[in-house]
Design a binder for this molecule. Structure first.
Ligand code: UDP
Length: 493
C-alpha cells in the first residue's frame, strides 16, 4: 500500500488525537500510547508546543502527525518565555500557575482540530482539563490520562469522599482506611500538607477543574496492568467514574522503541564494565521534577559514599554545581571514583534499569519509575518527594512488597534523610535479607507484566476492547442529537 492510501486506510480504521501535558512524566507515557495506537493501524495526531517539539519527534515514528500550537508566553509572572515544560520551571511552586495557563491554548487547539480529518476519539492529560469541552464541541469522546496508578487513584478518592483525614490530630497520625482496612495513611501521604500558602488558591482551583473534567470524560486510560492492582481497579470501576481501562505498561505494549540513541552513552559503558567485574549497581534517580536541597544532596553523597555499594546517581538538580555548591562535590566524586558514577544529564532510564548490573533503585516513586523498575525486576528503595509519590511508595513497600522504605530522620513519609539513614537502608536493599526477599518478589511482577502485554493478556485484550468501544461509541452517537456534547455535559453527573 502506498503511503497516501496507507494513511487513508488508517483514517478509515480510526483517528486518535493525543494531547500530553508538558511534563516529562506525563508526556513519555502518552508518546508510548501513540505508538501503540499506530501499531494497531489507527491514524494518530499528537499535539505539542514548539519548545517540546524535539523531545516529541525523537520518540515518535514518522507516521504520527504532530501539530504544534503556541504555549502561552509571558502570562505567569516568574515563568520566562520559552519555558514550556515543568522540568524547566524555575521553581515547582509555579506548577499550578503554569498548568492553569494552558487554558489559553484552547482557541488554537480548536482551530487546529477543525483542519484535521474526522477524529474518532481523543486521549488528553487530566491536567489539560479544558480539552473535555473541546471534545464535546467537536463531538468525539475524550479519554482522560491521569498518570496515576489505580492504587493511588482509588485511595485518593476513597479518602477524599469519606473525609477520612479530617479528624486526624497531626500530619503524621496513621489513620486506617475503612474501605481497605489493611491500609493506613497520614495527611502527609497527600499533597495538601506540603502546598505552601502562596499557591494554595491556584492549587485548589486546579484540583477542582481536573477532577470535574475527569468525571465528565468518557473513560480513563491507566498506565498499569490489571494483575498489579486488581483490587483497586475493581474499586474504581464499581464505585467511581469514568471507567478505568488498564492498558499498560504502555512502554511494554509499545515494543518498537529504538534504543540506539544512548548506544555510546558513557553510563552504559560504565554499567557494562560493572557487569563484567560482577559489581551490583544501585541506581539513584528522582525523576524529572523533584527539587532536592543542597543539604539533602550532601547527605545523599555521604550516605552513598559510606554504604560502599557501587552506584549510579542521576542528578538533575541545579544545586549540584561544583562552582556554587556549599560542599566539596569534586572531592566526593574523586573519593568514589571507580565505584560510583554521577550523571548530570538526561539518560535513558529504562535502559539503565534493564541493564544486568543494576540490582536496586533509590527512587522518588514517580509512577513511571515504579513501573519501569517493576518491569525490569529491580527492587526499589522508596523515597517519595511530592505529588502522589507517597501513595506509590506505600503501594511498592506495603501492598505488593517489591521495595523497602528509606529511613527518614523523623520517621515520616516525606522527611529529611540523613546519610546514616540512607546508608543503612541502601545496605539492606543491596546486600540484606529483606533486599533479597523484595528482589525475588519484584521478578514475579515483572513476569506478570510480560504476560499482560502479550496477545491474549489483560492489557492487550483491554486495548482491543477500548479501541472497538471508542470508535463504535463515536459512530453510534454521531447520529443522535447532541452527540458527545450531551455526553460530556454536566447534566449526566
Ligand atoms: N526519565 C528518563 N531520563 C531521565 C529522567 C527521567 O528517561 O534522566 C524518565 C523516566 O524513565 C520516567 C520519566 O522520565 O519515564 C519520569 O517519570 P516519573 O513518573 O518516574 O517521575 P516524574 O518525573 O514525573 O516525577
Amino acid at each position: 500500500m502506498g503511503s497516501q492510501s496507507q494513511h487513508e486506510h488508517e483514517i478509515e480504521k480510526g483517528h486518535v488525537v493525543l494531547f500530553p501535558f508538558m511534563a516529562k512524566g506525563h508526556t513519555i507515557p502518552l508518546l508510548n500510547l501513540s505508538r501503540i495506537f499506530l501499531a494497531q493501524g489507527l491514524a494518530v495526531t499528537v499535539f505539542t508546543t514548539p519548545a517540546n517539539r524535539t523531545f516529541i519527534h525523537q520518540s515518535l515514528p514518522a507516521a504520527a502527525n504532530v501539530v504544534h500550537i503556541s504555549f502561552p508566553q509571558n502570562i505567569v509572572p516568574g515563568i520566562p518565555a520559552g519555558v514550556e515544560s515543568t522540568d524547566k520551571l524555575p521553581s515547582m511552586d509555579l506548577f499550578f500557575s503554569f498548568a492553569l495557563s494552558t487554558i489559553h491554548m484552547q482557541p488554537d487547539f480548536e482551530r487546529a482540530l477543525q483542519t484535521l480529518p474526522r477524529v474518532s476519539f481523543m486521549v488528553s492529560d487530566c491536567f489539560l482539563w479544558w480539552t473535555v469541552d473541546s471534545a464535546a464541541k467537536f463531538g468525539f469522546p475524550r479519554f482522560v490520562f491521569s498518570g496515576f496508578g489505580s492504587y493511588a487513584s482509588s485511595l485518593s478518592r476513597v479518602v477524599a469522599v469519606s473525609r477520612l483525614l479530617d479528624g486526624a490530630d497531626s500530619d503524621t497520625e496513621l489513620v486506617t482506611v475503612t474501605r481497605f482496612p489493611w491500609i493506613k495513611v497520614t495527611k502527609k501521604d497527600f499533597n495538601q500538607s506540603t502546598i505552601t500558602d502562596g499557591v494554595q488558591h491556584a492549587s485548589s482551583e486546579f484540583m477542582m477543574k481536573t477532577s470535574e473534567s475527569t468525571a465528565r470524560s468518557y473513560g480513563m486510560i491507566v498506565n498499569s496492568f490489571y494483575e498489579l492492582e486488581a483490587v483497586f481497579v475493581e474499586c474504581w470501576n464499581t464505585e467511581y467514574l469514568p471507567k478505568a481501562w488498564c492498558v499498560g505498561p504502555f512502554f511494554k505494549l509499545a515494543q518498537d522503541e529504538p534504543h540506539d540513541r544512548d548506544e555510546k552513552a558513557i553510563w552504559i559503558e560504565w554499567l557494562d564494565k560493572k557487569l563484567e567485574e560482577g559489581g551490583r549497581v544501585l541506581y539513584v534517580a528522582f525523576g524529572s521534577q523533584a527539587e532536592l536541597s543542597a543539604e539533602q544532596l550532601q547527605e545523599i553523597a555521604l550516605g552513598l559514599e559510606n554504604s560502599m555499594v557501587h552506584f549510579m546517581w542521576v542528578i538533575r538538580s541545579k544545586s549540584y554545581a561544583p562552582e556554587t555548591a556549599a560542599w566539596d562535590i569534586k572531592g566526593f566524586e574523586e573519593r568514589v571514583k571507580g565505584r560510583g558514577m554521577v550523571v548530570n544529564e538526561w539518560v535513558d532510564q529504562r535502559r539503565i534499569l534493564m541493564h544486568g548490573s543494576v540490582h536496586g533503585f533509590v527512587s522518588h516513586c514517580g509512577w513511571n519509575s515504579v513501573l519501569e523498575s517493576i518491569c525490569s525486576g529491580v527492587p526499589i528503595l522508596a523515597w517519595p518527594i511530592m505529588a502522589e509519590q507517597p501513595l506509590n511508595a506505600r503501594f511498592v513497600v506495603e501492598e505488593i512488597k517489591v521495595g523497602l522504605r528509606v529511613e527518614t530522620c523523623d520517621g515520616s513519609v516525606k522527611g529529611f534523610v540523613k546519610a546514616e539513614g540512607l546508608e543503612k537502608t541502601v545496605k539492606e536493599l543491596m546486600v540484606g535479607d529483606k533486599g533479597e526477599e523484595v528482589r525475588k518478589r519484584v521478578k514475579e511482577f515483572a513476569d506478570m507484566a510480560d504476560k499482560a502485554v502479550k496477545e491474549g493478556g489483560s492489557s492487550w485484550s483491554t486495548l482491543q476492547l477500548l479501541i472497538d468501544e471508542a470508535t463504535l461509541a463515536n459512530k453510534n452517537l454521531d447520529n443522535q442529537s447532541g452527540g458527545f456534547e450531551r455526553f460530556h455535559s454536566n447534566e449526566k453527573w
